[in-house]
Design a protein around this ligand. Sequence first.
Ligand SMILES: CC(C)(COP(=O)(O)OP(=O)(O)OC[C@H]1O[C@@H](n2cnc3c(N)ncnc32)[C@H](O)[C@@H]1OP(=O)(O)O)[C@@H](O)C(=O)NCCC(=O)NCCS
Length: 306
Amino acid sequence: MIRIISGDTLDTIGPFVDRLREKSAEGQAPPPNFTELIKKSVSEGKTFLYSAYSDDDQLLGIGMFGDVSKRISFVFADGDQDLEIKLVDEIFDNHSKDCSSVAAAGPWITEVISNHLTKIGFRKFNRAYLSLERADIESARQPELFEDMKFEMYNESQRDEVSKILFKANDGFVDQIVFPHFFSTLETCNKVVSDIENSVYGEYKEPFSWILRNNGQIIGICLMSIRNNGDTGYIPYIVIDPDYQGKGLGRSLLIHSMKKIIDGEPDIVKVDLDVTLENDAKFLYKSVGFKNVREYSMYNWVNEGE
Ligand SMILES: CC(C)(COP(=O)(O)OP(=O)(O)OC[C@H]1O[C@@H](n2cnc3c(N)ncnc32)[C@H](O)[C@@H]1OP(=O)(O)O)[C@@H](O)C(=O)NCCC(=O)NCCS
């Protein structure tokens, strides 16, 4: 039997989450305060938590659906893949009717679950987590800009203008399918930028992000944050206005922004980012010297209605 854990039974998931942490591969384990984060998110109505119980009321598996990201963020039944599939189905049945799309992602997606997600209509997208060492950033040649162009520190008063570029550059492209809740409208793009500023994707400070101007008009932005207690720079997003792409500007903005963040933050040892492998942005990162740390997949289901 599968049922939603209500607030007062949330306490029972602690040992289960500990086991999930023990079994996770290095670098992929949920954070130590994961149980607290789940409890907070459930109590705020942002997360639905599912649990599978045996007939004698033993907790056998848990699963989570993020109501903001519309994402099945994990299921875990301690190696019982049939039960994990049941949890996936239960979550999907309960939430897919009301959503324009449902996503699923994470290291918990085994080959069996991957096949199941594909069978019930999810499309699989491969992604990669990339990294560039500090020394490579230091030795990268200082970018030169065309006349009339300049780099400028980003501030939140530019958010609306920047969001328009995010929307324009994503409309009709692969990341809009992979992340519909980020890139499907101007409003969601605006929220992506404000979430970055609010440290949702790593600790954010104002001098971390840079825009590129051409004759006064903003034509690109590289947003950055820091993670891992300050030893890792992270690039949640970089974009160049489609009218200006393919001229070496993405490369210049990326190198400029990374040089600035390592100058200001001496503890940074590397800069990381994630990319969808169907996105040609991967060629930029490769040509700058980023190395593949790991590949993973994201799954997306689109509600096509009746
Ligand atoms: C990714 C993006 C910022 C790149 O900006 P850009 O100004 O077009 O890129 P550049 O002109 O600086 O190209 C940089 C390098 O990538 C290579 N590259 C770019 N697109 C390529 C493609 N389709 N095929 C092969 N190489 C490509 C270029 O050849 C260049 O390499 P080089 O300097 O060794 O010659 C831009 O395309 C963009 O905004 N895309 C939409 C938003 C997005 O997807 N952001 C990334 C999210 S992870």
